[in-house]
Design a protein around this ligand. Structure first.
Ligand code: CDP
Length: 230
């Protein structure tokens, strides 16, 4: 995407740790408003996927930066935002990039500042009318600091491991709850302790603990907050 961002387009950022429900919530909020959505984690997953595919070591900073700059990715959304197919160099990687292996590799490449910078303009280009819901870790702090509404979603690590387990089981993956819990805890630590764009709420973010909330309740709450700010 080579478009310039449109500053007139409002942005809602939804940040939070792994498996906090950001993706699901962001998609539903975007659909309710008729806005587009940016799944920024998918970009890091795409870089990781490309690195694994081309055997580029996850500590080869220059190689990973080059990959991130040249990333030939396409997001195709259908059914009013209900389904997105992700292509990398014309290969359908929608399912492949969701593996835990790819998620962990994504968290490693995402700690490299040069990779983050290489992906900045690509993310900002998603700011188009009528509006954008941006899902990630640093949407409110770094990528869209002027967002109209910033949400920071959390849930206990145990609850998040359960949610991820359910999600992966539904996709037919063979996973183990204890392993998922450990991976989530490890990823939380790496994402929140890295020097560049660590996972943390923006100063002006609304923090929402969703451990005991249903998905529709979270969506409604976010829409209400947005309406109140207009
Ligand atoms: O689905 P899950 O929340 O586990 O991961 P994701 O949102 O697809 O992101 C995968 C990885 O990319 C995360 O563990 C982060 O390290 C990284 N990421 C990031 O650093 N900044 C973002 N804006 C989005 C994701």
């Amino acid at each position: 995407m080579n478009q310039k961002p449109d500053p007139a387009a409002p942005v809602i950022t939804i940040d939070g740790p792994s498996a906090s429900g950001k993706g699901t919530i962001s998609a539903l909020v975007a659909r309710a408003l008729g806005w587009q959505m940016l799944d920024s984690g998918a970009l890091y997953r795409l870089v990781a996927y490309a690195a694994l595919k081309h055997s580029i070591p996850l500590n080869d900073v220059a190689g990973l930066e080059r990959l991130a700059r040249k990333l030939n990715a396409r997001f195709e959304t259908r059914l009013n935002g209900r389904e997105t197919t992700i292509y990398l160099d014309d290969e359908n990687v929608t399912t492949a990039i969701r593996s835990e292996k790819c998620g962990n590799a994504a968290s490693t490449v995402a700690a490299i500042p040069q990779v983050r910078t290489a992906l900045l303009d690509r993310q900002r280009a998603f700011q188009q009318l009528p509006g954008l819901v941006a899902d990630g870790r640093d949407m409110g702090t770094v990528v869209f600091p002027g967002a109209a509404l910033k949400i920071f979603l959390t849930a206990s690590a145990q609850e998040r491991a359960k949610r991820r387990y359910k999600q992966l089981m539904e996709k037919g993956a063979n996973v183990n709850l204890a392993d998922l819990f450990n991976e989530i805890a490890e990823r939380d630590l790496r994402d929140s302790q890295r020097a560049t764009a660590p996972l943390k709420p923006a100063n002006d973010a609304v923090e929402l603990d969703t451990t005991h909330m249903t998905i529709p309740a979270v969506v409604e709450y976010i829409l209400k907050l947005y309406r109140e700010r207009q």
